[in-house]
Design a protein. Structure first.
Length: 108
């Protein structure tokens, strides 16, 4: 299994073995606004002299619980569909593990 990021021959072998029947099932989880999550002006400036911003963000216990419930449900669905191998996205990004993805642009 290519659980970690792999490349070259290892990636080629992994993809050849998984090319048929490989699926992903992303969960789109929202969180409620929180006063603690905010943008702040940083003391650093960009090349034009404008202040940079600092993003302050943490996930609430409810958001983490929603993500974990979605992950668990996805694993159960995959098992019910007869998946031979299931690789949940735990640990891939910040906690909750896969919450760093922004589906309208780049990954956070």
């Amino acid at each position: 299994m290519c659980a970690a990021i792999c490349s070259g021959a290892a990636l080629d072998a992994f993809l050849k073995g998984k090319a048929r029947g490989l699926a992903a099932s992303p969960a789109i989880c929202e969180e409620m606004p929180s006063i603690e999550n905010r943008f702040e002006l940083a003391s650093e400036k960009d090349e034009f002299g404008f202040p940079l911003i600092r993003i302050i963000h943490t996930f609430t216990p409810d958001a983490v619980g929603l993500w974990k419930a979605a992950l668990d449900e996805g694993v159960e669905i995959a098992k019910g569909a007869g998946a031979k191998e299931i690789m949940p996205a735990r640990g891939r990004h910040r906690a909750p593990a896969s919450a760093g993805r922004h589906h309208h642009g780049d990954e956070a």
